[in-house]
Design a protein around this ligand. Structure first.
Ligand SMILES: Cc1ncc(C[n+]2csc(CCOP(=O)(O)OP(=O)(O)O)c2C)c(N)n1
Length: 252
């Protein structure tokens, strides 16, 4: 009897991610949701530039590789080409989504583009060896802030959900994390809702997953999960930042 199986939407190959990196957990959650919603044949994922650049080797659905930061623009084209038959998601890191790709993110949200965005916020540029990201915390030591991020020189970390929640456009914005079982369950619920919203034609849904990068944080996997709790979550509080349909229902 099989007691553990990979979701069908995840190809049965080893992942290249470092030990303790939470990309693997989030890949699995996305794949479970694709299975549960029965949308594998309709789903098209847009891979970013970053550690998850090779997500196309892991998901069983059609995948397209976008230029750095451009995933929401590519997703917009793919979705609009056949809105009834395409379920489109982007999967992006913080460097990709909130630095070079910030304009694409903001405008896709403002247009309420009917796509699903999975945003992996690990507060660092993982793939390129640990440079400061737009979401690196004040005081965080990175390769490009060896004395800690100094807001006088580098400004303050960007809170993407809070910022986008000021736009009229987007349908749904939630921040989750995957540092323990309870939070993994909540993350799955949020990701499922973000896909269901697209199926229901509701519009732009973004789930920010506060994630770990033990290798570039210079921590063990366990320390990294603890650092999420002690340092990341106070600055990046979990929760729903916008849920237009729920707000409308309440108002009625
Ligand atoms: C146009 C362009 N500029 C810069 C780079 C170098 N680069 C590759 S990945 C990356 C950032 C990756 O960080 P993030 O998006 O946070 O993802 P992570 O690797 O942490 O998952 C950068 C700057 C590039 N590949 N292309």
């Amino acid at each position: 009897m099989a007691v553990f199986e990979k979701p069908h939407a995840l190809i049965d190959v080893p992942l290249h991610y470092c030990p303790g990196c939470t990309h693997g957990i989030v890949h699995r959650l996305v794949a479970e949701v694709i299975d549960e919603l029965g949308i594998e044949g309709k789903t098209i994922g847009i891979a970013p530039v970053g550690c998850s650049v090779m997500a196309y080797n892991y998901f069983n659905c059609d995948m397209i590789e976008a230029a750095h930061g451009r995933a929401p623009a590519v997703a917009t084209g793919v979705k609009r080409a056949d809105p009834e038959n395409h379920i489109v998601f982007t999967y992006q890191g913080d460097g990709d989504l909130a630095s070079i790709g910030m304009a694409e993110t903001v405008h896709a949200a403002a247009r309420n583009e009917n796509i699903t965005v999975i945003f992996i916020n690990n507060a660092i540029y993982g793939m390129t060896g640990g440079q400061m990201a737009p979401t690196s915390l004040v005081g965080q030591v990175t390769q490009t802030s060896p004395y800690g991020r100094d807001p006088k020189a580098c400004g303050y970390p960007i809170k993407v959900c809070e910022m986008l929640s000021e736009l009229v456009g987007p349908e749904y914005l939630e921040r989750v994390t995957v540092n323990n079982v309870k939070n993994v369950r909540n993350a799955k619920k949020a990701i499922k809702k973000a896909f269901q919203n697209q199926i229901d034609g509701k519009g732009f849904s973004l789930v920010e997953v506060v994630s770990s990068c033990p290798t570039n944080w210079g921590m063990t996997p366990k320390q990294a999960l603890e650092w999420i709790e002690s340092d990341m979550l106070p600055y990046y509080p979990l929760g729903v930042y916008k849920d237009r349909s729920a707000e409308q229902k309440e108002a009625e």
